[in-house]
Design a protein around this ligand. Structure first.
Ligand code: UTP
Ligand code: MG
Length: 502
């Protein structure tokens, strides 16, 4: 049997969430106004599944995800303050209106067969945020300079500033000025974590990572609704050209710069220039440019998960497949879809990736593949090279995805109804004892990973990368089978994947 002992593998098509499935979940609903969410924290997934089933069988609506639609949150957490801190970090607008309840409310309601009235004994008491408190900025002094100590959901309340900072960071990157580039990325990351929108510069006073330059840009935006410096960059020919060139799969800033220096300004300039030899990746990048420069939707990512799951299943009945990257962080759209694939038995993962590539080829859906064999060697660790690529076997693919395979159809299909699109997919295959490190590293975001490594180095004298965690004081590697183990070794509060959108 194909199973995943560590994380649930991507759902198979048969079990995927179809419109029918969501209708049947709401069948027999008796209490339309009450939407319960059972918090998995402290409850555990199997107990939660059991209680969910019980409540639904009694006509309750139980929401799988915690969103603003929820009216009653049930938790088995004993530490109210930690629960509230966590809830406040979830970016919920409706939190002040929700009932945050202990399990007694739930068991009372199950016994009565209806949602019982909320009494004081049901409440998880804390310095409960009043309406006013919940909408007041949290004390900024508590914001950490490290992204791995902040909770950052996909909801960005400060997009007007962070979009501007991204342009500035990219412009510095194109000019190979790493310091200011990183400074703007850090500043953007801090603002993304705030559960409130910055309305005046005074509100940023105690925030970390915001330098004079960042604040000047913010001030302009607050005053005029735009940044003149950013507008100047956006209209700059060099920036525009490098942005265009680096949007091609296989073209990095160095190649982009080389082409720009040769006076090339457009794709047709490049394709018409006989002295330019495109590598295989770049050729495919141009060939499928229209498709792969278009965002991939969550439904498309799920469909690809099903396809890869089935392909893996043909090869072996014993494998682990997990979605990672931005979609694991709950993003609605991504530039590619990232998966980890390995075997529960150490050493058996060796040929998995090449067999999987062969299988996808046989199915006629492999449009491009660059396979990199593993160069992983535990004896060469720990690596002191910051941000080096990892050594696991991996492949960068372009796959053909049929419209009919996607629930609700392809995203943003052009007029005339294309029946398929090309999608970028990355697969990485670490040995099972490296799984937790690879999962943490590939889940991202890039800024979250950077700060995890910086935190490990600066605050704990440890070296972290996609392969391992090394304690420099004890001079030993620290073992981990789950991401939680790694956070625990680092003495960090666990941050859920969907809170890592730094
Ligand atoms: P992506 O570039 O796919 O980013 O890398 P993303 O967060 O999924 O966002 P999209 O795809 O643009 O929507 C995912 C994570 O994998 C790591 C990156 O650092 C990032 O955190 N990664 C990627 C590696 O660790 N090694 C690699 O070779 C490639
Ligand atoms: Mg990705």
């Amino acid at each position: 049997m194909f199973h995943s002992p560590i994380v649930p593998r991507v759902r198979k098509r048969k079990r995927s969430k179809s419109p029918e499935a969501s209708i049947s979940r709401h069948e027999g609903v008796k209490f339309e106004d009450v939407r319960v969410h059972l918090l998995e924290r402290k409850m555990g997934s199997s107990r939660r599944r059991f209680l969910t089933h019980l409540a639904r069988s009694k006509g309750f609506i139980v929401e799988d995800t915690l969103s603003d639609a929820v009216t009653h949150v049930v938790s088995e957490e004993s530490q109210a303050s930690s629960l509230w801190k966590w809830l406040k970090g979830c970016g919920l607008k409706n939190l002040p209106m929700m009932h945050i309840l202990n399990i007694i409310w739930f068991t009372d309601s199950m016994r009565e067969g209806r949602p019982v009235a909320v009494e004081t004994r049901h409440l998880i008491q804390d310095t409960l945020p009043t309406m006013a408190e919940a909408t007041t900025p949290t004390p900024v002094a508590t914001v950490s300079q490290y992204a791995c100590q902040r909770q950052t959901t996909t909801e960005n309340n400060n997009k007007i500033f962070t979009d501007a900072f991204e342009v500035l960071a990219e412009s510095y990157e194109f000019n190979e000025m790493e310091g200011p580039c990183l400074a703007f990325r850090r500043a953007a990351s801090v603002l993304k974590s705030l559960p409130w929108a910055v309305q005046c510069l005074g509100a940023t006073e105690d925030l970390p990572c915001l330098g004079e330059h960042s604040k000047a840009v913010m001030e302009e935006i607050l005053q005029y609704g735009r940044s003149f410096e950013v507008e100047k960059i956006l209209s700059d020919e060099r920036y525009q050209t490098l942005k265009l060139f680096t949007s091609v799969f296989g073209v990095g800033p160095k190649t982009g710069e080389k082409w720009y220096r040769r006076g090339l300004r457009s794709f047709s300039d490049i394709l018409a220039e006989p002295s330019i030899h495109l590598n295989r990746m770049q050729q495919s990048g141009f060939l499928h440019y229209g498709d792969i420069s278009r965002a991939v939707s969550k439904a498309e990512a799920q469909a690809l998960g099903n396809i890869i799951d089935e392909a893996v299943h043909v090869i072996t009945t014993d494998a682990i497949l997990a979605l990672t990257g931005g979609f694991r962080r709950g993003k609605e759209f991504g530039h590619d879809v990232d998966f980890i694939v390995t075997t529960p038995e150490l050493g058996k993962e060796g040929h998995l990736l090449t067999s999987l590539i062969d299988q996808l080829e046989q199915e006629g859906i492999l449009l491009f593949c660059e396979h990199q064999a593993s160069t992983f060697d535990m004896s060469k660790l720990p690596s002191h090279r910051f941000e080096a690529m990892d050594h696991f076997a991996k492949c960068f693919l372009i796959l053909r995805l049929e419209n009919s395979q996607v629930v609700g159809g392809l995203h943003d299909a052009e007029e005339g109804g294309r029946s398929w699109r090309a999608v970028r997919v990355d697969l990485v295959s670490p040995p099972i004892d490296r799984y937790a490190f690879a999962l943490l590293g590939w889940t991202g975001s890039r800024q979250f990973e950077r700060d995890l490594r910086r935190f490990a180095r600066m605050e704990r004298r440890m070296l972290l990368d996609n392969h391992a965690l090394f304690d420099k004081t004890k001079k030993e590697f620290l073992a981990a089978t789950t991401e939680k183990d790694i956070f625990a070794h680092l003495g960090l509060e666990y941050i859920e994947p969907w809170q890592r959108n730094a």
